[in-house]
Design a protein around this ligand. Sequence first.
Ligand SMILES: [Zn+2]
Length: 194
Amino acid sequence: MGALKFDAQGWLISGARRSASPHYDERPKDAEVTLAVIHNISLPAGFFEGGAVEDLFLGRLDCNRHPSFSALAGLRVSAHFFVRRTGEVIQFVGLQDRAWHAGVSEFLGRPACNDFSIGLELEGADDTPYPDLQMQAAADVLAGASTALPNLKWIAGHCDLAPGRKTDPGPAFSWPEMLRLLNGRGCLLTRPYP
Ligand SMILES: [Zn+2]
């Protein structure tokens, strides 16, 4: 499939459902977006249905709904994209704006990765294989984003940005497979790690 197209604010014109999050702000002036960060999330952990992740990113998660949600109370987080295991893509923040996904982080010596990255959350868990449909959809989004953001060239896991604190997207995520899916699509994303 051809590259997905984005509007001037970095919202997908088609191929995604828009669910605008209040959890974002402006990037620093002159910030060049060079990095795509891959995450995983499931709420409750290991549960791959329902709307809890979307509710979290929209700031409307009822933290009494599940015992594990109490730790999320007051948390204001988001990502540019949430790719479900069915391949459905939900966009929460335009690419030009800063989503709140990386937290305390550092990439190639540079701190505060939200400033210069986009965040893509995969519906998943570290040790559960990611379905082909989901990997393909994520690759489509990344290839499209690399067209819309001319300086986007790196792809890394949250685990790479916050080692010791974060483990996602986990050992079940195949970097060779993702790079294979991105290869040959006019897409410059490469991984600076083995
Ligand atoms: Zn993460």
